[in-house]
Design a protein around this ligand. Sequence first.
Ligand code: HEM
Length: 414
Amino acid sequence: MRTGPDGVKGYNAGAMLLHWAIALAIFFQLAGGFAMMRLDVLPDGSRFAFFQWHKTVGLLVLTLTVARIAWRLLNPPPAHAPMKPWEAGAAHLVHGLFYALMLLVPLSGWLVVSASPTAIPTLLFLRESLVWPNLPIPAGWRGEGGEAVAATLHTWLAYSTLALLVLHVAGAVKHSVLDRQASFSRMIPAGHLPRQSTALLAIPLSAGLAALVLGGGLGLGRAETAGASPTLAATAETPVAAPEAGAWVVDKAASSLSYEVPFSGKPMTGTIGSWNAAIRFDPDRLDAAKATLDIDAASITVGDPFVRSSAPGPDGLDAAAHPTLSVAIDSVERTEGGFLGKGSVTIKGRSAPVSVPFTFTPGADGSAHVTGSATLDRLAFDLGAKNDPAAQWLGREITIRFDWKAARAGTPGV
Ligand code: HEM
């Protein structure tokens, strides 16, 4: 095997690949972590997604570091050009601390998320199917206090990596530029140095360990969610009560009921699958108008996986304890553009007044097209009050929209 000046060889391809992949990821994490926590530079609404990418890339650093350590054990670094003993000692110390931090920084970040009282899941690559578990920490550590301690630890460890990075690069530059030794070039793929040979067992071992970390984490995450809070799933259609005389029957197949709420800077939509409306309405007899709408809480779909995971639980709709949401409109008045219904909404046992502007367009066949919307403040119903009380990610205003085709009760076919 050929060697460079003083018999110095470069690292092998596997060591270089892992070194630069981890270096790039750490650089992204440090710059990104600083930007998301300390600067106001991230575009509106992207901070939440950035946080999620921070978690994904950080966990990849953890995985790659495990692979790198296995690689290094089987492929010890090629000898460096002769150094003074204190320099060799300093280099060993810096490298040792680096490996410790490459494990401890992601682990402490994972601890922050696990101690957090909010129920924001860790989804690798933001994919709902790739759930990462929380660390099994004692229940007493979970909460704002535990989260703050872990965050302080994570921050200190992360910025220690930055300090170490400065020392690491300074050392490489000193050896390369001042001492004119092969140092930097040992880790550069395009370098002229011959490379150390590869212990082939390191390939399956490193890849296998990385797969074990990722696969094990994802397997535990999946098991954790499977046994977690009940999911919102569409239930059987709510039985329709017999319509009163003079009432309208909504043709559900030709109608829609949905909602929208801003989440992470974008509108998040969802559908309401199972509901039952009882309506009495005559534009010429507004004093007798009234309507009720009963919604099956379990039939509500949530458009975003991060919100979806906490929607069924106690901080969400809590469908197990409160299976029905209801709207009661008891007065209707005419407005410039149509009509305004007034009444109340009840969600999770909490009621609040609601105003529903709507249009009513009679059809030639005796049917009617009714469209309208209503806006609710989610905090009035204790929705997401624990997870996001300040509406940092999930907006407070929920807009419910309906577009219904209705026919007078008793009309054949409805
Ligand atoms: C090499 C890996 C990582 C590096 C270099 C890194 C770096 C950083 C940095 C520089 C900050 C900003 C600290 C501040 O200025 O306040 C930060 C914050 C944060 N990181 Fe990481 N991180 C890594 C991995 C992770 C992982 C794996 C997770 C979670 C799974 C995570 C979760 C967090 C959280 C939740 C915060 C906000 C902490 C707070 O609320 O103060 N990080 N990280």
